[in-house]
Design a protein around this ligand. Structure first.
Ligand code: ADP
Ligand code: MG
Length: 606
């Protein structure tokens, strides 16, 4: 097809860069780019809000190891996509955002969707450039694509004025040959041999060594090397929330169930692709031992020595290479199983696992709500029965507070990059976009896929789900048969004093569309001191109907039998399925979470 317009040139450039899918929302004039891209065989996934498509594109980059591409309109489209740009920066995901903008001749005149996006985004991206002429398009897009991917991944931005998108190429314009647009995978650096040696000496001399595996290790696709390091050295390891699965959770050296004891007692910690930020308590006491020697391995020099990291020990390099260097340098050394640390970890793990098991096995008494633990136990055992867990045929998506935190330890991971959550920014509203991205990464091209198709199972807090709930229609439209549990406790963190009455009312409802009895509780409570709180949400919301409204399946679940059946049928369903699980409101529980070092007396109770 001849290239005649700016839109065609942009689409062609993207195709030649190897882009196979674009996440976005169209409007004038970017619709022309999307249509040309589709004509060239690129898939365009059209969303309902730019927040969701920018989240999807960012995590698609993380899962596939190649930049995710997002296309939006100017002005408000860019402002909404800013959410995904912030999310990509915070998580170090490679993301290329392309947006339309007002025609260059109308800037400052109050043009359609006018916004100086470059000034806005320059501080929040690795670079932001305007394609100010047709000649500049291929290079601008190529450099933006390369830059978001190379070095430490993050977002880049290209602004595409309407007159460029709609511009006609001059006679004789030379469209670049596809080979000139080829961008090969980022170059990798190995670590300084002197520092590798120092690290191995420290690890050998440690009495309580620990390996922390972060999502940088998952992104680096270093699973084989890390598994070998762990197995050869017998050093216990601790994955971060999205580092789970790099080494299977079932591995005997996994210290996740003894997380606090592991952090508190480790004296030499090898950190593979995880920042010493809030997720790791900055590497500082009281969660960490004050004398711990922390060896950070990172692709980004600025990260080395941050917070409690030791600047003289950090190794700059790609994890996939550095880990092999360390393994080789340790040769056949093994950490002694008779040391005190492993037995201390085992003791703590046993205690915590017993507690978790008790909570999971406690059957729901008649007249009481499901607990999170019991609900997850039922879902897990049902799923295990349908697909052996270690086959890795499920990708988990999870967001919320209790919903995410409690599910994390209950559902084990056996494969890397198959659990996506709210991430470093604790962004609520990512779930629906992440489902689409996971579907695109694993299932969209079965002919070329190297892995088996995956079922996407999401655990969404009732609050978190609400942020992007309309994207359920996107899932239905693209026939993404995700199984979504909306874990409904009637609020953010927990319900309010009206929840218990509302819960009782819900027990009397029929599963059909019987929502009549549902109004009184919340309105009765208004105006009372113990009524609606800032955290309150309506228990009676029939989230599952959002699936049925667009041709999917919905289940309203209040007890163990209903949950088992909904899980079984939802897993087999070939349309999008929402299971609205009514769980304990959790009134009177503390607001606070394990990641914070907040003293007990500082925590709010509602
Ligand atoms: P987590 O959330 O799991 O704690 P973070 O997102 O905080 O992980 O940290 C991931 C780190 O991994 C970042 O500092 C990033 O620079 C680094 N990283 C990403 N890719 C690589 C790679 N290929 N090699 C080394 N480090 C990497
Ligand atoms: Mg909730």
């Amino acid at each position: 097809m001849a290239v005649k317009t700016g839109a065609q040139l942009i689409a062609r450039t993207l195709r030649d860069l190897g882009v196979t899918v674009i996440f976005g929302i169209v409007g004038i004039p970017v619709v022309e780019i999307a249509e040309e891209a589709i004509n060239l065989g690129i898939r365009f996934v059209a969303f309902r809000n730019e927040q969701a498509c920018s989240y999807a594109a960012s995590v698609y980059g993380y899962m596939t190891g190649r930049p995710g591409v997002c296309l939006v309109v100017g002005g408000p489209g860019v402002l909404h996509a800013l959410a995904g740009i912030g999310n990509a920066t915070a998580n170090n995901f490679p993301l290329l955002v392309l947006a339309g903008s007002a025609e260059t001749t109308a800037v400052t005149k109050g043009a359609f969707q006018e916004l100086d996006a470059i000034t806005l985004l320059a501080p929040h991206t690795k670079f932001a450039a305007r394609a100010s002429s047709l000649d500049f398009i291929p290079n601008a897009v190529k450099n933006a694509y390369r830059t978001c991917w190379y070095g430490r991944p993050g977002p880049t931005f290209v602004d595409l004025p309407a007159d460029i998108i709609q511009g006609k190429l001059a006679r004789g314009f030379e469209v670049p040959q596809p080979e000139n647009l080829l961008v090969s995978a980022p170059p990798k650096a190995s670590g300084d041999p002197a520092l590798i040696l120092k690290a191995t000496q420290l690890l050998k001399a440690a009495s309580a060594p620990l390996i922390i595996i972060g999502k940088g290790a998952a992104y680096a696709r270093a699973e084989l090397g890390i598994r070998q390091l762990v197995e050869q050295t017998q050093i216990p390891f601790l994955p971060t929330p999205m580092g789970k699965g790099v080494v299977p959770d079932s591995h005997p050296l996994n210290a996740s169930s003894a997380r606090s004891a592991a952090l508190k007692n480790a004296d030499v910690v090898l950190v593979l692709g995880a920042r010493l930020n809030w997720i790791l308590h900055f590497g500082e006491p009281p969660k960490w031992s004050p004398g711990a020697k922390i060896i950070q391995v990172d692709i980004c020099a600025e990260e080395i020595g941050r917070n409690a990291g030791a600047s003289e020990l950090g190794i700059l390099g790609d994890i996939s290479l550095v880990v092999d260097q360390i393994t080789a340098s340790l040769s056949n050394w093994k950490y002694s199983a008779s040391a005190k640390f492993p037995s201390l970890l085992a003791e703590s793990a046993n205690k915590n696992e017993d507690k978790a098991e008790k909570a999971a096995l406690r059957q729901t008494a008649p007249g009481s709500p499901l607990t999170y633990q019991r609900a997850y136990h039922i879902i897990k055992t049902t799923l295990n029965f349908l697909t052996p867990v270690d086959d890795g045929d499920i990708v988990y998506v999870s967001e919320g507070a209790n919903t995410m935190d409690i599910s994390r330890s209950i559902f084990p991971l056996y494969h890397p990059r198959q659990r996506l959550d709210a991430g470093t920014y604790a962004t609520m509203g990512v779930g629906m976009g992440y489902i689409v991205a996971a579907h695109e990464a694993f299932n969209a091209t079965p002919e070329t896929s190297t892995s088996r198709p995956k079922k996407i199972v999401a655990f969404e807090g009732d609050s978190a789900f609400g942020f992007s709930a309309m994207e359920i229609e996107t899932l239905a439209r693209y026939r993404i048969p995700a199984l979504i549990f909306v874990v409904n406790n009637s609020g953010i963190y927990h319900g309010d004093s009206t929840s218990e009455d509302a819960w009782r009312t819900l027990q009397d409802q029929t599963v059909a569309n019987d929502t009549k009895k549902s109004e009184p509780t919340a309105s009765d409570a208004q105006g009372t001191t113990k009524g609606l709180r800032s955290t309150s949400l309506l228990y009676e919301t029939r989230y599952e109907m959002l699936a049925t409204m667009c041709g999917g399946k919905g289940y309203f679940v209040r007890n163990e039998e209903e949950l088992e059946r909904a899980t079984r049928e939802g897993f087999a369903s070939d349309t999008v399925t929402i299971v609205n699980v009514i769980v304990e409101p959790g009134i009177g529980k503390e607001i606070g979470f394990a990641w914070q070092n907040q003293p007990k007396e500082g925590k709010a109770k509602l």
